[in-house]
Ligand binder design. Structure first.
Ligand code: PMP
Length: 406
């Protein structure tokens, strides 16, 4: 197999359109990825032919919906190489997964004097839930410092890792800088002091092979919409023994075994964490995205992505008046920058007028912005369907932005 990027682009109907009179150049994949026909059709087919509630009805449609829903769980297990599909819990996405672990595990286990380490480059979704839980439990959230290059300071991490640290929650790939963190190493070091580790894989899942068993990760999470799947569906992986020991996060139907006013008992994992009607069509769509993704030549895809990102970084280095924010050795999917003397939002608006879609601002990661001395950046974020031509279009559009602004 090889990687025919034009054939891949042809499977994404949204990409073939004009924006403000120019061909769309979609470079906002860190926010959300576009969806191939295979995913759009799977969702449409589900609603046309199989829609029903899961785990409930004694009828054919409910059987079909339940089986599609549970097969989707197996697809996620395969994607993450988890030991069992029971270790996969459906959530709305990364944000809900972090809240689930922070509130369920954190409220049951954290006490005054305990510490939760997060890095200074986290998305707010991996900071705020821990702050909320620490405020309730008396534990403390402590940031792991980041270097000027936007890399995790591993020496500082070693200095912080002691018996007070009960949990480390760390981003795999920074959405603001593209930094790839050495998560296997971090997990090993944290385990040495007895701390558990959660990895936020929101920005990693579309770029790398993942293997929970090799990583020895305690919890891992991602959002379906960053992997060419629909919004509103994501998954939390957790080691079975940990999940079994954790109390429910939310109560309702399906998560119980028996309910009475004297005593309520809970369903087994994963259902204990899945009250109410889940996002069934979302799971079906995500399974279609995973099947589609698995059909690609992964090594060729990664080589293509690396080549496009390397080219973008090279263009950025040669571009007068552009400052790259984040210069980590290991980077994936993100080019974050400021144009000297301009506001990122103005740059983004002027790029949009030329059909180039980027994100601007603090990228829900205010602490890393202030650490690196900027209020925000322009972020071009790449997916497997982006090309060198997209990079050329970005820099040609930046030329016009500069003419307009200066
Ligand atoms: N963490 C990271 C690194 C992210 O990039 C995002 C999405 N921008 C999130 C968490 C939150 O994901 P979601 O909004 O899908 O819950």
């Amino acid at each position: 197999m090889s990687f025919d990027v034009q054939a891949i682009r042809a499977q994404f109907p949204i990409l073939a359109q004009q924006i403000n009179g120019n061909p769309l150049v979609y470079l906002d994949n860190g926010a959300t990825t576009q969806k191939p026909d295979a995913v759009i059709d799977a969702i449409s087919n589900f609603y046309r032919h199989d829609n029903s509630n899961v785990h409930r009805g004694a009828h054919t449609l409910s059987d079909r919906a339940t089986s599609a829903f549970e097969q989707a769980r197996v697809a996620v297990q395969g994607l993450l190489n988890a030991g069992s599909s029971d270790e996969i819990i459906w959530t709305k996405g990364t944000t809900e997964s972090v809240n689930l672990v922070a509130f369920s595990w954190g409220q049951a286990n954290l006490k005054p004097g305990d510490r939760v380490l997060v890095s200074a480059m986290e998305h707010h979704a991996n900071i705020v839930p821990w702050q909320l839980v620490c405020a309730k439990t008396g534990a403390e959230v402590v940031p792991i410092p980041v270097t000027d290059a936007g890399e995790l300071d591993l020496e500082a991490l070693d200095g912080l890792l002691d018996e007070r640290v009960k949990f480390v929650s760390i981003v795999h790939v920074s959405n603001a800088l593209g930094t790839v963190n050495p998560v296997a190493e971090i997990i090993a070091r944290a385990h040495r002091v007895g701390a558990l580790v959660m990895v936020d894989g929101a920005q990693a899942v579309a770029h790398f092979d993942l293997d929970m068993q090799a990583l020895d990760c305690d919890f891992y999470t991602f959002s379906g919409h960053k992997l060419f799947g629909p919004t509103g569906i994501g998954a939390l992986y957790g080691k079975m023994a940990l999940l079994e020991a954790m109390p429910p996060f939310m109560g309702g139907g399906e998560m119980i075994e028996t309910v009475s006013f004297e005593q309520t008992t809970f369903n087994r994992v994963p259902y204990k964490f899945e009250p109410g009607t889940p996002n069934i069509a979302g799971a079906v769509g995500l399974a279609a995205a995973i099947t589609w993704f698995n059909g690609l030549d992964r090594a060729a895809m990664m080589a293509h992505e690396q080549a496009v990102l390397d080219y973008a970084v090279e263009c950025a280095h040669n571009y007068p008046g552009l400052t790259l924010i984040g210069q980590a050795d290991q980077r994936a999917g993100v080019l974050s920058f400021v144009l000297d003397g301009s506001h990122p939002h103005d740059v983004g608006t002027l790029l949009d007028q030329q059909g180039v879609a980027v994100r601007t601002g603090s990228h829900c990661a205010m602490p890393i912005m202030s650490r690196l001395g900027v209020s925000g950046t322009v972020r071009a974020s790449f997916a497997l369907y982006n090309t060198r031509e997209d990079v050329d279009a970005l820099f040609a559009a930046l030329d016009k932005v500069k003419l307009f602004l200066f």
